[in-house]
Design a protein around this ligand. Sequence first.
Ligand SMILES: *[C@@H]1O[C@H](CO)[C@@H](O)[C@H](O)[C@H]1NC(C)=O
Ligand SMILES: *[C@@H]1O[C@H](CO)[C@@H](O)[C@H](O)[C@H]1NC(C)=O
Ligand SMILES: *[C@@H]1O[C@H](CO)[C@@H](O)[C@H](O)[C@H]1NC(C)=O
Ligand SMILES: *[C@@H]1O[C@H](CO)[C@@H](O)[C@H](O)[C@H]1NC(C)=O
Ligand SMILES: *[C@@H]1O[C@H](CO)[C@@H](O)[C@H](O)[C@H]1NC(C)=O
Ligand SMILES: *[C@@H]1O[C@H](CO)[C@@H](O)[C@H](O)[C@H]1NC(C)=O
Ligand SMILES: *[C@@H]1O[C@H](CO)[C@@H](O)[C@H](O)[C@H]1NC(C)=O
Ligand SMILES: *[C@@H]1O[C@H](CO)[C@@H](O)[C@H](O)[C@H]1NC(C)=O
Length: 341
Amino acid sequence: MADDSVFSFKETLVPKKSPLLLRLIVLVFATVCGIYVCFIGLKQFSVSTTTGFLNVEVSDRPCPRPNLEDWEAPYVHYPKPVTYSRAECACHPVRYFAILSTQRSGSGWFETLLNSHMNVSSNGEIFSVKDRRANASTIVETLDKLYNLDWLSSAAKNECTTAVGLKWMLNQGLVQHHEEILDYFTKKGVSVIFLFRRNLLRRMISILANTYDRDFKLLNGTHKSHVHSPLEAEILASYKPHVNATTLIPELKKVQQMAVKALGYFNSTRHILLYYEDVVNNRTKLLDVQGFLKVPRKNLSSRQVKIHKGTLSEQVANWDDVQRTLNGTEFEGFLHADYRL
Ligand SMILES: *[C@@H]1O[C@H](CO)[C@@H](O)[C@H](O)[C@H]1NC(C)=O
Ligand SMILES: *[C@@H]1O[C@H](CO)[C@@H](O)[C@H](O)[C@H]1NC(C)=O
Ligand SMILES: *[C@@H]1O[C@H](CO)[C@@H](O)[C@H](O)[C@H]1NC(C)=O
Ligand SMILES: *[C@@H]1O[C@H](CO)[C@@H](O)[C@H](O)[C@H]1NC(C)=O
Ligand SMILES: *[C@@H]1O[C@H](CO)[C@@H](O)[C@H](O)[C@H]1NC(C)=O
Ligand SMILES: *[C@@H]1O[C@H](CO)[C@@H](O)[C@H](O)[C@H]1NC(C)=O
Ligand SMILES: *[C@@H]1O[C@H](CO)[C@@H](O)[C@H](O)[C@H]1NC(C)=O
Ligand SMILES: *[C@@H]1O[C@H](CO)[C@@H](O)[C@H](O)[C@H]1NC(C)=O
């Protein structure tokens, strides 16, 4: 229709009857042309938006399914962070993990080892902040952000993160909200690394010393839970705590039971159980962990230095009491150096 009128005006243009009529015709011609061009332009614009939309759909297509066994599929994810683009890493599958542990069980050291891997991002004790563990919905919200790779901590990697997780202490809402958390872990395919300490007496000494240092700040007035030099370790270990013999056994039982409970609650997840002492003594354990997280196996390293080394008897002020209390009990083994260092 539009085409016809343009041609007819062109034909009437040829005779050049009067300048006024000519001007009028030119004006009308220009107007019609303008409308026509505008119309075509609009048409093209709408075409280009459709193809644009199609392009988006193409790049949004799920990543090619990696060569996996069927059971593995629920554990593999392709997060799309809202805070940045994964760019060329977008199709690197990501696995979710959580390190479930208790304070002073070597989890800080363990986490620095994991973070020395270019593809692992372990984001620390996110739930040490009370607001984040206020209730099940704040927990889920926090986990969603973490596993979507939108948790920007010093553990975030520029490289392609293929395993992302956190360190979570049993007393940070984990046992309290275990049902909802198990539900989340199951639905999202989160793999669990239990990290416990075999020698709970050593753990207790570490807690007492760390609590003392919080008040007395042995390192030039700065409280440190982890150190990077043998000298600092020596200074911190110079404090020998006094262990309350009356509450010793009930305390050890309490910690033991909490670990058993947590193992029971999260028993149905895909998990691995590690003991700090075994990781210290046997570096093959770190290869097991990397296999469990399905990241390429590397030599992992940490700058942290162990604070309490050597025999236990030198680390406690009232060793005789402790020995007498534990002798003949199920915890007697804790008295003996059960690993070298
Ligand atoms: C969870 O806690 C947050 C922050 O304290 C609060 O705003 C929210 O209402 C709570 N939600 C439920 C379901 O209790
Ligand atoms: C690990 O990260 C490196 C560096 O970004 C990347 O080249 C490599 O493909 C990643 N590995 C995996 C298994 O995604
Ligand atoms: C602490 O003090 C010692 C000497 O008293 C000094 O050598 C060391 O550098 C100090 N460390 C820090 C972290 O200030
Ligand atoms: C041990 O702990 C109990 C309970 O907290 C307390 O009553 C007692 O005084 C403590 N004993 C020592 C020697 O500190
Ligand atoms: C975990 O579950 C298995 C079988 O479902 C059971 O044999 C085992 O005792 C459970 N472990 C714990 C710590 O509850
Ligand atoms: C070290 O750990 C590996 C894997 O967990 C195990 O097969 C091996 O027996 C351990 N070695 C020692 C000396 O315990
Ligand atoms: C890892 O470390 C061990 C001992 O420190 C060394 O023998 C081995 O060659 C290292 N492997 C790699 C791949 O760097
Ligand atoms: C531990 O108990 C045994 C007997 O069961 C006894 O012979 C030993 O002297 C006790 N040791 C200490 C340090 O109390």
